[in-house]
Write a protein that binds this ligand. Structure first.
Ligand SMILES: NC(=O)c1ccc[n+]([C@@H]2O[C@H](COP(=O)([O-])OP(=O)(O)OC[C@H]3O[C@@H](n4cnc5c(N)ncnc54)[C@H](O)[C@@H]3O)[C@@H](O)[C@H]2O)c1
Length: 256
C-alpha cells in the first residue's frame, strides 16, 4: 500500500522537544514516506529527534532555525528547494507560551516575545512556503499549529491567546489567496497535550494534571500522536478539498 505522504518534502518547525508536537509530527510524516526536515533553535535536540527517526530507516534531517528571523526562513527554504527541488508541506509548529495575568509586570514584554515567534514566525513561514510552492507549481499543504486558546478564553493566557487567534485568522485569509492554485492552508487547535510545554504550564504538578483531566470530557490529556495524526491527514492528498479550516483536537474540551 502506498504510504500517505510518500515522497513529499516536509519542513516541521520546533522539532526538538520530546515529548513535543513537532517531534511527533515529524515522526508520523516520516513513517508515511515524507522526506522530513525538522528545525529548531535547539539544534542538538532537533538532531536527536532526527536520529531517532533515521534509526527507524526513515528520512529526517535537522537544521538550525529561529522562526522569528527572516534570514533563517530565507536560508532554510533555499536549502530545501536547492536540495529537493520543492517544498510540499510546511508545519508551522514552533511556538512559545508565557503564562500570566493581564496586570503582571512583564505582560507586555511577554506579549512581544510571543508575537515574534507565534505570529511573525508563522506569517514569515507561510509567506516563504507559498513563494516556494508557487515557484515549483506545487499544490502544497501548510498546517499552522494554533491552540484551543485561539478559540475560547483562558485565564492567565491573554497574550498567548492573542497570538493563537491571530494564527487562526491569518490561516483563513491566506487560504483564500492560494486556493485556486491548490495550495491549502489550515489550522490545528490542540487541547492540552502531554508535552514539555504543557508540563511547564501545569508546573509539572500532579494536582494540576488531575484538575485539568477532570474538566476534559475524555478525562485525559492528549498525546502528541493525537495531533500528529490530524496534521498527517491535512498534509496528505486525502485532504485535497480542505482549506481555510480549523481542526480542533481537544478531547471535547471546547465543545462544552
Ligand atoms: N502542548 C500543548 O498542550 C499545546 C496546546 C495547544 C497548542 N500548542 C502549540 O503547539 C506547538 C508545539 O507545542 P509543544 O507543546 O510541542 O511545545 P514545546 O515547548 O514542547 O516545544 C516547542 C519547540 O519549539 C521550539 N522553539 C521555540 N521557539 C522557537 C523559535 N523561535 N524558532 C524555532 N524553534 C523554536 C522549542 O525549542 C521547542 O523545541 C506550539 O505552537 C504550541 O503553542 C501546544
Amino acid at each position: 500500500m502506498t504510504r500517505r505522504v510518500e515522497g513529499k518534502v516536509a519542513l516541521v518547525t520546533g522539532g526538538a522537544s520530546r515529548p513535543g508536537l513537532g517531534s511527533a509530527i515529524a515522526l508520523r510524516l516520516a513513517e508515511e514516506g515524507a522526506h522530513v526536515i525538522l528545525s529548531d533553535v535547539d539544534l542538538a535536540g532537533a538532531e536527536q529527534t532526527a536520529a531517532k527517526i533515521t534509526a527507524l530507516n526513515l528520512d529526517a534531517k535537522a537544521v538550525y532555525q529561529d522562526v522569528s528571523l527572516q534570514e533563517d526562513w530565507d536560508r532554510v527554504i533555499a536549502d530545501i528547494t536547492n536540495t529537493h527541488g520543492r517544498l510540499d508541506i510546511l508545519v508551522n509548529n514552533a511556538g512559545i507560551l508565557d503564562v500570566g495575568e493581564i496586570d503582571d509586570d512583564g505582560a507586555v514584554a511577554g506579549l512581544k516575545r510571543q508575537l515574534s515567534v507565534n505570529v511573525e514566525g508563522v506569517f514569515m513561514g507561510t509567506q516563504a512556503a507559498v513563494k516556494a510552492m508557487r515557484a515549483a507549481s506545487t499544490a502544497g499543504s501548510i498546517v499552522n499549529i494554533s491552540s484551543i486558546a485561539g478559540l475560547v478564553g483562558f485565564k492567565a493566557s491573554a497574550s498567548y491567546a492573542a497570538t493563537k487567534g491571530a494564527v487562526k485568522m491569518m490561516t483563513k485569509s491566506v487560504a483564500l489567496e492560494t486556493a485556486a492554485e491548490g495550495i491549502r492552508v489550515n489550522s490545528v487547535h490542540p487541547g492540552i497535550i502531554r508535552t514539555n510545554m504543557a508540563a511547564a504550564g501545569l508546573d509539572d504538578n500532579a494536582e494540576n494534571y488531575a484538575a485539568i483531566e477532570e474538566v476534559i470530557p475524555m478525562h485525559r490529556l492528549g498525546e502528541p500522536e493525537d495531533i500528529a495524526n490530524c496534521v498527517l491527514f491535512l498534509a496528505s492528498d486525502e485532504a485535497r478539498y480542505v482549506t481555510g479550516a480549523e481542526f480542533v483536537v481537544d478531547g471535547g474540551y471546547t465543545t462544552q
